[in-house]
Design a protein around this ligand. Sequence first.
Ligand SMILES: [Zn+2]
Length: 146
Amino acid sequence: METVGTASTVWTRETATGAKRDLWSAMKRGFRCRCPRCGEGKMFRAFLKTADNCSVCGLDFTPHRADDLPAYLVIVIVGHIVVPIVLSIETNFSPAVWLQLSIYLPLTFGLSLALLQPVKGAVVGLQWALRMHGFDENAPDGIPPV
Ligand SMILES: [Zn+2]
């Protein structure tokens, strides 16, 4: 096991230097698919592919590690929207199954596609604001903040 630092220089998020980053504004900017730092540059160069850096302020987007979290969050959000609608309509009106499926399936698909990019942007904004995964320019080389 490799020893990192001494007892007096343990690296944590609290010991990180630099200006405090506002979590909610970074997530809101990310949700709008904009750079979490300046709020102007576009975060994505394709549907779910982030740009290498911000075209306005130059923030490097490559350290993000959104992975599957945006997809999981979209499933939770869309499920909490669609399932109550389905249950309410089935309980109160009980329309034909073909009619329900012709509404719910496109609704689920459309909501999922519409939310995936903004949610990924918000996740990247969260990681930037919390200086996760290499978004901390003051982190020691090769040692990401805990
Ligand atoms: Zn920017």
